[in-house]
Write a protein that binds this ligand. Structure first.
Ligand code: GTP
Ligand code: MG
Length: 375
């Protein structure tokens, strides 16, 4: 078989080699431009970039077993339908991110379930005018940049919280930078409208200066004036999110496709073992399915939603707690479904071995020991 070389492969799919190298690093594969990669790895890379890898084995004439790799544009195999937007809340310290998340959640719980108690699973869903919105409520910046480093879009819309009495601050701009690099559209929540010294015009001007011209100033940025503390303007910010989602073409998924998702947080729980909260990105997850996530695997024992209820399935953009993991997977890691638990275990073990090999190689590069010594 002819090897698949990173440089050639990048050329074939029209990407820069360094981009593939960093994606490989995310898979714990340490490659250079001239490294050859395994077929299944190439398959995964191709998939990320919307290609399908086709391996043609030359029969008669060619050397036995020689293969020619052909990459073709993937046919629209998936039937994409709109899904709820996945939203994260970013902003400067103390500008009211946590208060806003709590207020949105409470407002929704009270109206729909008459005092029901929500479970903390790292993300939750609310309804606005019959449309669902998924909020990620784990540490904004960390989760966001970690996920971004993995080259994936886990967030569809960023709500940038700006306190009206303070205006844009260094971390506001930093958050805006993150959103821009990830090409995630931004909706601005001008918070603390009730505070003395609240100055909306100043914030709008600052938005203008940052190429976030507000809609009513002829720009395209949706915003809402809110007081997270007093629960004012909450409907307005939800409306802005829904409007933004409507004009964002990428907020689609195939509920019938292969299941994929991303871990939001994971923990060990008394009586439940390792559990992980996740957001489903493609397909529909059901109990009994087998998952792999890095070095951990799972036969889904239970699915629990943000209201603490056991559910029978979780579709695209659903936040869900998954019970049944071999160990807690890492936040920001992606998982996929495999045939059965045995396969899942095998994949997880292979991933563990890959990591150990990588660590050994790194050690060796530092000249401390050889790979053979370690195995
Ligand atoms: P960090 O997580 O520390 O970055 O802060 P945060 O952005 O999550 O802010 P948090 O929600 O903790 O709010 C910070 C302070 O601002 C708290 O004392 C809140 O009560 C207050 N606060 C939040 N929203 C409002 C608001 O709408 N009006 C007023 N007056 N105070 C608010
Ligand atoms: Mg907070």
């Amino acid at each position: 078989r002819s090897p698949i070389v990173v440089r050639d492969f990048a050329l074939q799919i029209g990407r820069k080699p360094f981009q593939l190298i960093s994606e490989l690093m995310e898979m714990s594969i340490f490659a250079s431009m001239n490294s050859s990669i395994e077929e299944d790895v190439a398959q995964r890379l191709a998939k990320i970039h919307g290609f399908a890898l086709e391996v043609r084995h030359r029969g008669e004439g060619g050397a036995a077993g020689e293969a020619e790799k052909v990459v073709e544009e993937k046919k629209p195999a998936r039937e994409m339908v709109p899904r709820p937007p996945v939203v994260c809340i970013l902003g400067h310290v103390d500008h009211g991110k946590t208060t806003l998340l709590d207020t949105i959640r409470k407002a929704n719980v009270v109206s729909s379930e008459a005092g029901g108690i929500t479970q903390h699973i790292g993300a939750y869903q609310v309804t606005h005018k019959d449309k669902l919105i998924t909020f990620i409520d784990t540490p904004g910046h960390a989760a966001f940049s970690n996920m971004r480093a993995r080259g994936a879009r886990t967030t569809d819309i960023a709500v940038l919280v700006v306190a009206a009495d303070d205006g844009f601050m260094p971390q506001t701009d930093e958050a805006l930078g993150h959103a821009r690099v990830s090409k995630v559209p931004v909706v601005v929540a001008i918070n603390k409208m009730d505070a003395p010294g609240a100055n909306v015009d100043k914030v709008l001007r600052q938005m203008q200066e940052r190429d976030l011209a507000p809609e009513d100033w002829g720009g395209e940025t949706l915003y809402a004036k809110v007081s997270a503390l007093k629960g004012e303007g909450i409907e307005d910010i939800l409306e802005a999110i829904v409007l933004q989602a409507d004009v964002t073409e990428t907020i689609v998924a195939d509920p019938k496709g292969e299941v994929e998702g991303v871990i939001v947080e994971a923990q060990k729980e008394l009586g439940r073992g390792s559990t992980a909260s996740a957001i489903i990105q493609q397909g529909t997850l059901k109990p009994g399915m087998a998952l792999v996530c890095g070095e951990n695997y799972c036969r889904v024992r239970q699915l629990i939603n943000d209201k603490g209820e056991q559910i029978k399935e979780a579709g695209p953009s659903s936040p869900v707690k998954i019970v049944g993991w071999s160990g807690p997977p890492d936040a920001g890691d992606f998982f996929k479904v495999v045939k059965n638990e045995r396969e899942a275990k095998k994949h997880a073990e292979a991933n563990e071995l890959d990591r150990k090999k990588l660590e050994a190689t790194q050690l060796q590069e530092r000249g401390s020991t050889s790979v053979d010594d370690l195995f």
